[in-house]
Design a protein around this ligand. Structure first.
Ligand SMILES: Cc1cc2nc3c(=O)[nH]c(=O)nc-3n(C[C@H](O)[C@H](O)[C@H](O)COP(=O)(O)OP(=O)(O)OC[C@H]3O[C@@H](n4cnc5c(N)ncnc54)[C@H](O)[C@@H]3O)c2cc1C
Length: 298
């Protein structure tokens, strides 16, 4: 379903899950287990990451194709444009359109080094424009074409320290044709609420899905700080994690409790949707969904 229809059908905040394409047979089994556990929770959509520069192109496509075949998961492929030519992106869009994929998340992707790699795209806004032209040319079997999501950063993107300029760049993506925004992981809802208010002030009206990651292992903390380019952990959460020390089960419980409280507050504040970064594991996401009183097999 096009993202607009997903939102209309949900009649309230959506729930969705992110997966990455597995690399090894063991990882394939882990993902399958996660999919089996999460299927009864009937996500409104699921997303599949893409390695910048096309490093996971085939694996992302394969996983999206498999999910598309299921009658449970509506996959949204991530698509990064850095280092890609227009014809490479066109081929991917054509294959997704032929497979009946209805939405894509249009991203720039992280730069592999200091040099900007050769390619036809500089920013995610270029990719949004490209997908919109694809839609306008009637290349998607659905008259609505692809729904287009873009990334946003409640704590700010580290490459643009000027936060006003950053909002201009975000607005450019929405004006270019993005239908919705999905946030980077954040752990302090103040950042989200303030960001959403700044979007309103900037005239950005697209729905914003909140990216949630239940912290379940001590190494998640440093890893997310690296991947999410500087995640800010509220002192209250750090203190709670410090108190439990090396007790792995207690650590997990603290992480899940924090995610439940975060999500409950977001639901109280009319969030458009909760998007769970599952890291291809289901147990903690399921606990959070239960903690929120959601039911499976809705
Ligand atoms: C929800 C989500 C999912 C993600 N999934 C993936 C994934 O699957 N694969 C992956 O590789 N990465 C992924 N990322 C990471 C993302 O690709 C990087 O954070 C990247 O650095 C920014 O991508 P963007 O799409 O926001 O780029 P852009 O919107 O292009 O912004 C990139 C930077 O350029 C600046 N900028 C934008 N326009 C201009 C302009 N006209 N002039 C000057 N500066 C400008 C922005 O302010 C920002 O600092 C994801 C991030 C999020 C939040």
């Amino acid at each position: 379903m096009h993202i607009k229809d997903i939102l209309a059908a949900a009649k309230g905040p959506t729930r969705s899950f992110e997966f990455f394409p597995p690399r090894s047979p063991v990882a394939v089994n882990e993902l399958q287990e996660a999919l089996n556990m999460l299927a009864p929770w009937r996500p409104d959509f699921v997303s599949v990451t893409y390695g910048a520069g096309g490093s996971t192109r085939d694996r992302t496509q394969a996983l999206v194709g498999e999910l598309r075949q299921s009658d449970v998961f509506d996959p949204v492929p991530h698509l990064t444009c850095v280092g890609h030519t227009e014809s490479e992106i066109m081929t991917l869009l054509e294959s997704y359109a032929a497979a009946g994929v209805c939405n894509v998340l249009a991203l720039r992707g992280d730069l592999p080094g200091q040099e900007f790699p050769e390619g036809d795209f500089k920013t995610a806004a270029d990719l949004v424009r490209f997908v919109r032209r694809f839609n306008e040319r009637g290349l998607h079997p659905s008259p609505q074409g692809f729904g287009i999501g873009v990334a946003c950063f409640p704590e700010g993107h580290p490459a643009t320290p000027n936060r006003m300029l950053e909002m201009d760049h975000l607005k450019a993506k929405v004006d270019a044709g993005a239908d919705y925004l999905c946030t980077q992981v954040f752990f302090d809802n103040h950042d989200f609420h303030d960001f959403r208010a700044r979007c309103e002030l900037a005239g950005i009206r697209a729905p914003i899905f909140a990216g949630i990651l239940p912290l379940t292992q001590p190494n998640n903390i440093r890893r997310m700080a690296e991947l999410a380019a500087g995640s800010r952990y509220p002192a209250r959460l750090l203190r709670a994690l410090q108190r439990v020390g090396d007790d792995a089960d207690a650590f997990r419980q603290v992480g899940i409790h924090h995610a439940v409280m975060q999500c409950a507050d977001l639901l109280d504040h009319d969030v458009a949707g909760l998007h769970f970064y599952t890291l291809n594991k289901a147990a903690s996401t399921v606990q959070v969904l239960r903690g929120l009183g959601f039911s499976s097999d809705r």
